[in-house]
Design a protein around this ligand. Structure first.
Ligand code: PEP
Length: 258
């Protein structure tokens, strides 16, 4: 049985004091919800502060990016070793990084491998752009992104995949539960062909793209969807708590039915 995960990607939002306030608003509520991995991913500069605030809770910490070298003359970058000291998860290959910072499949592959080498758990983002979706190329794009991001990797221990159609991120135009479930099923079959059925069945695959408290149930009722990567709605404590709570309840019910 895969443990569901809700990860909040705060993106480039919150100063350290705002991050502190937001954690304080959601900490007790989140801590009470079980059966879900609850991960928050604040900006780098707030990681150390947030780590202290959640130290005695069940909330887990993630970063939003990583560099693939461990140390050296790379001004402004943050290395896997530095992050491994602070958090458990790291988002890699978010579409905003692919789009604005020219991250290619090759770079993302290096980052995933670098994270796993130091024991960080990557949340690898893949997903098609609007024109690719409209041209019926979702399968082709997602398969290619999987192949390039995971090139040369013999195991996937610690990896989570987030299927995030680019047209749904930050647009308020989410995929339907059925669309997301179909593509996530395809991702799982692709992983199964390459790594075998057991690894594919154990792999956690999230949906991301305009998830809110209002549409969470639609996604969590789908059997292939193991949780969500949440952007905008993770900056609102009530919304985020509701998303996590609904996920816990729905997935517990589905698991009792099976
Ligand atoms: C994201 O940042 O990964 C994301 C899915 O954003 P939003 O929920 O705002 O669409």
């Amino acid at each position: 049985m895969r443990i569901p995960m809700i990860a909040g990607n705060w993106k480039m939002n919150t100063t350290v004091s705002e991050a502190t306030e937001l954690v304080n608003e959601m900490r007790l509520g989140l801590d009470e919800i079980d059966n879900v991995d609850k991960v928050i991913c604040p900006p780098f500069i707030s990681l150390a502060t947030v780590r202290e605030l959640i130290r005695r809770s069940s909330i887990k910490l993630g970063a939003q990016n990583i560099y693939f070298e461990e140390k050296g003359a790379y001004t402004g970058e943050i290395s896997p070793l530095m992050l491994a000291d602070l958090c458990e998860f790291v988002i890699i290959g978010h579409s905003e990084r692919r789009q604005y910072f020219n991250e290619t499949g090759k770079i993302i592959n290096k980052k995933v491998q670098a994270a796993l080498r130091v024991g960080l758990k990557p949340i690898l983002c893949i997903g098609e752009r609007l024109e690719e979706n409209e041209a019926g190329k979702t399968k082709e794009v997602v398969t290619e992104q999987l192949e390039s991001s995971l090139a040369g990797m013999e195991h996937l221990n610690g990896l989570t995949i987030a299927y995030e159609p680019v047209w749904a991120i930050g647009t308020g135009r989410a995929a339907t539960g059925e669309q997301a479930n179909d593509t996530i099923g395809l991702i799982r079959r692709t992983i199964s062909q390459k790594y075998g059925k057991k690894i594919a069945q154990e792999l956690r695959i999230l949906y991301g793209g305009s998830v809110t408290a209002d549409n969470t149930a639609e996604f969590m009722q789908q059997p292939e969807i193991d949780g969500a990567l949440v952007g905008g709605a993770s900056l609102n404590a009530d919304q985020f708590l509701s998303i996590v709570r609904q996920t816990s309840e729905i997935k517990a019910r589905l698991s009792a039915e099976n």
